[in-house]
Ligand binder design. Structure first.
Ligand SMILES: Nc1ncnc2c1ncn2[C@@H]1O[C@H](COP(=O)(O)OP(=O)(O)O)[C@@H](O)[C@H]1O
Ligand SMILES: [Mg+2]
Length: 608
């Protein structure tokens, strides 16, 4: 898909725009997301890490002092901590060291527990929030998403974002330990420690730009993964067509290109992620040797404290390396977090129906000069006006692309008119209560979709409906006897791809789903266009049975379906060309006549 690549050659320009929007946000402002809004857990983690750092410093200082004493064959050890002079026996110090080392092990449990808990909670929270935002988003926003995109966001990209959370919590531990060890080194031997620490800080700043590069690469990786996910979605969804048309190899090559883009971007993030901490560690060791050389040259320092300071700083440098790695990887995870936040913001657009009005009757429905455009240059509906009385059956005809499905989506409240008014019972559509609306309006899409589950679950469709309502709807949709002929009846497991369910049966199960909630307005988009004659006549029988009890809108081409309708809307290029009873249109409307004669030809062809 050319033009869909978000990065690539235009990467730097886009990155600059992205930086202008989010990149200047300091990491600590994102801390709320990173730490899952759990300050208590973070404070506990800081305290546990500080305690661990103190234990570690104490053990290291003791080890250095005892080693020096043993080398000099002394039975007591004396050392300096700041201005405090300590003297103790080697045996006593060994016991103290043992106790502190055991305490360090105990604290480690807490240091492992807290990040794990924060990480798991943040991941669950991201998933729940993202899905809640998606499922409450208006259809106009949901349908604008590429196929497979949301799946990728909610699965793999959430995992990658959670990596950032883990890096942040590990970074907290490494940072606190580093500070404590450095503090201890400063206490023991000020000059050497200062030289090494100053150089270490300079080093950290030197590597900072690489964090930005990593972030940029990760942003590119995130979009490459979204494109790959869309490619996979299409490949799986159209596997049957791919076989028939023998285009498997071409598809494979196309997917291969998406994989290649993702591979390159994944490689560079992995490489940077590993390179930075490794290089950092090597240079720190150099600095340490340099620090000692400075000490040697100036001739300052006490033997025991010199050993301690070297041990402390070597250990500190490994926490420094860890922190550098965490910082790098965090930068590489932030784009995933940002993308999730963007998606969430986007989904949180206001839904169309959001008032409190309810009705007990079947309301009249009217469009008053309604226009709608996906693309401002070419409106899909232009100033459409009509009024439909309660219980009327309305056909909608028009050539492909005339705006029939768009009209259906506006009728269902899935999209909001760009201009003009949609009135239900004389009141604007957006003032009605969402729960009343979703009970009152029902829909059978052109392409019926089944859930993976039982027939009953498919008809019930997450609503609180008892078995009687499910079976009544199945009878109304003329599918009941077929369901009962299956061994497991309503408990039969079905799914979109189940071969046991024919297209016609699927359509009628979806009709039952629409009827189960006792709607007052039923909208069908070309319900019989792809049906076998048997199913077609059953659907028609069902619609005939419903006539007068609810308001019916049927997008249709078949004469047999249109003849059920009281009046027919003729749409052409988004304009309502005519709205009259079928018999009248047959005399007066060219398009209707053409459509009608064509469908009569079709029904002759289709008869058994
Ligand atoms: N989601 C969409 N995004 C952009 N354009 C769309 C979308 N859906 C439909 N259109 C365009 O709007 C016009 C009307 O489409 P539609 O209502 O689906 O027509 P019909 O159902 O009569 O075939 C067509 O030009 C179509 O290309
Ligand atoms: Mg359509």
């Amino acid at each position: 898909m050319p033009g869909c690549h978000e990065e690539g050659d235009g990467m730097t320009a886009r990155y600059r725009i992205w930086r202008a929007r989010t990149g200047n946000t300091p990491i600590w402002e994102r801390a709320k997301v990173l730490f899952g809004n759990r300050p208590g857990l973070v404070v506990a983690l800081v305290m546990a890490s500080a305690l661990a750092g103190m234990c570690e410093s104490a053990v290291l200082a003791l080890v250095a002092s005892i080693a020096t004493a043993l080398v000099g064959q002394h039975s007591t050890v004396s050392f300096q901590v700041g201005s405090l002079h300590v003297e103790a026996r080697v045996g006593e110090l060994l016991v103290v060291g043992l106790a502190i080392a055991l305490a360090r092990i105990a604290v480690q449990g807490l240091i492992a527990y807290l990040p794990a808990r924060i990480g798991a909670e943040v991941q669950a929270g991201l998933r729940l929030r993202l899905f809640a935002a998606f499922s409450r988003a208006p259809w106009s926003v949901q349908s604008a998403d590429g196929e497979g995109r949301f799946q990728e966001l909610a699965t793999s990209q959430v995992i990658q974002a959670t990596q950032g959370v883990m890096q942040a919590t590990l970074g907290v531990t490494a940072g606190v330990m580093l500070l404590v060890l450095v503090g201890a080194a400063l206490l023991v031997e000020l000059t050497t420690a200062l030289v090494v620490i100053g150089a270490g800080l300079a080093l950290f700043l030197l590597f900072r730009p690489l964090g930005k590069v990593g972030s940029l690469r990760a942003r590119a990786l995130s979009s490459a993964q979204l494109e790959y996910a869309s490619g996979i979605h299409d490949a799986v969804g159209m596997a049957e067509e791919t076989q028939v048309f023998g285009v498997g190899e071409t598809q494979e090559r196309q997917l291969g290109r998406l994989v290649e883009v993702a591979r390159r971007r994944f490689f560079s993030t992995l490489f940077l992620g590993a390179l930075v901490p490794g290089a950092y560690q090597g240079i720190v060791l150099l600095l340490l040797v340099g620090g000692l050389a400075v000490l040697e040259a100036t001739g300052s320092g006490h033997l025991a404290s010199l050993g301690a300071v070297v041990l402390l700083l070597v250990r500190a440098s490994s926490y420094g390396q860890q922190l550098q790695g965490n910082y790098q990887n965090l930068h590489q995870s932030l784009p995933f977090l940002d993308r999730l936040a963007d998606a969430e913001r986007n989904y949180r657009a206001t839904p169309v129906i959001r008032g409190t009005r309810v009705a007990t009757n079947v309301p009249p429905i009217a469009f008053d000069e309604v226009s709608y455009a996906y693309n401002p240059a070419r409106p899909a509906l232009r100033r459409v006006s009509f009024r439909v009385e309660p219980g009327e059956a309305i056909g909608v005809v028009g050539p492909s692309g005339a705006g029939k499905s768009t009209l259906v989506q506006l009728l269902l409240g899935l999209r909001e008119p760009a201009s003009g008014r949609y009135l239900v019972d004389g009141e604007p559509a957006e003032t009605w209560s969402p729960s009343w609306w979703s009970g009152a309006f029902a829909y059978v899409p052109q392409e019926p979709r089944l859930l993976q589950g039982t027939v009953a679950e498919n008809i019930r469709f997450f609503r609180q409906l008892d078995d009687a309502a499910v079976e009544r709807a199945a009878c109304q949709a003329r599918i009941d006897s077929e369901i009962m002929s299956w061994v497991n009846g309503y408990e039969t497991l079905i799914s979109q791809r189940a071969k046991a369910v024919s297209g016609g049966q699927r359509q009628r199960i979806c009709l039952a789903r629409a009827l189960a909630g006792n709607p007052v307005v039923l909208v069908l988009d070309e319900p019989t266009s792809a049906l076998d004659p048997h199913s077609e006549s059953l659907v028609q029988e069902s619609l005939a049975g419903l006539k007068g009890r609810l308001t019916l809108f049927v997008v249709a081409h078949r004469m047999s379906t249109l003849s059920l309708c009281d009046r027919v809307i003729v749409l052409n290029e988004g304009v309502l060309e005519a709205f009259a009873p079928a018999a009248e249109l047959e005399r007066s409307n060219d398009f209707y006549r053409k459509a009608a004669s064509l469908s009569q030809f079709n029904s002759i062809e289709n008869s058994p």
